[in-house]
Design a protein around this ligand. Sequence first.
Ligand code: HEM
Length: 286
Amino acid sequence: MSATARAAADARIAGLLQGRIHDCLAAAPWGGRRVVLSAFWPIGDEPDLRPALQAWARDDRLELTLPVILTKAAPLEFRAWTPDTPMAPGAYGPPIHPAWVRAAHWLNAAAVLVMVASGWRIYNASPLFGFTFPEAVTLGGWLAGALQWHFAAMWLLAANGLVYLALNLATGRLFHRFLPLSPRGVLRDMAAALRGHLAHDDARRYNQVQRLAYLFAMFDIALLVVSGLVLWKSVQFGMLRELMGGYEAARRVHFVAMAVLVGFVALHLAMVALVPRTLRTMIVKS
Ligand code: HEM
């Protein structure tokens, strides 16, 4: 559902509830006691009635309450709510990122860091283009050392990537976290982000620019692994080598994919710096 259709559906639901509340208040003449209205705070795709909650909170005849889950396997408790009440995390709140996503993310980041830094040292031994990387930002000290780092981190990158992809597919997370995705949606969210209008209030939902960037990073890492296989075992992966246009072409593909990934990481870090509270969600259960 597009953001506009969702907002329209939310407004319709709020309108229907408003009608019910009106009928209820009309049927029980004002005797000084407020009518208790129990509401909910939306999670994921649930209807977002928060604008209506704000309006109802201003109605003196109503007392708004929201549920809190204090302990697991116990009935919900409802607490009075006004717009200035701070929200407390409940006992059940599902983590924004499951533990396996957080673990895979940081293992991946470590592997990428080692692969890129050692890769630059390997490149310096036989540059493809007219420049080399400063030794200070490379890893391994010399070619053989760099190759050892590169091959060690390669197993981590590939195994961790496979586990991450398999779990994302098996749990259906790949589909509900990263889809739907459309060129129109990406342009709309990009325009909203550039105007500073993109909401960050729901950390459980990636906007379409994030979805595209993250899917692209996954694809790019897969391309790095595949082109790396050609460079590592060019004879054994002969068919892959020919598909890439030969050994030299595979080297270029590998380099360009590395450069694009470094660009992604730079942008990614800038985005995290702009919305720093997302960092906590990628570290601890929140
Ligand atoms: C170095 C290579 C890195 C790659 C390839 C990478 C890639 C990704 C991907 C694909 C996701 C989405 C994960 C998912 O939901 O399944 C993600 C999320 C995230 N990453 Fe990274 N990342 C890298 C490094 C970092 C670093 C160094 C930081 C922080 C300093 C960071 C912070 C985050 C945060 C906070 C999120 C969650 C964003 C949100 O909830 O809005 N990442 N990253």
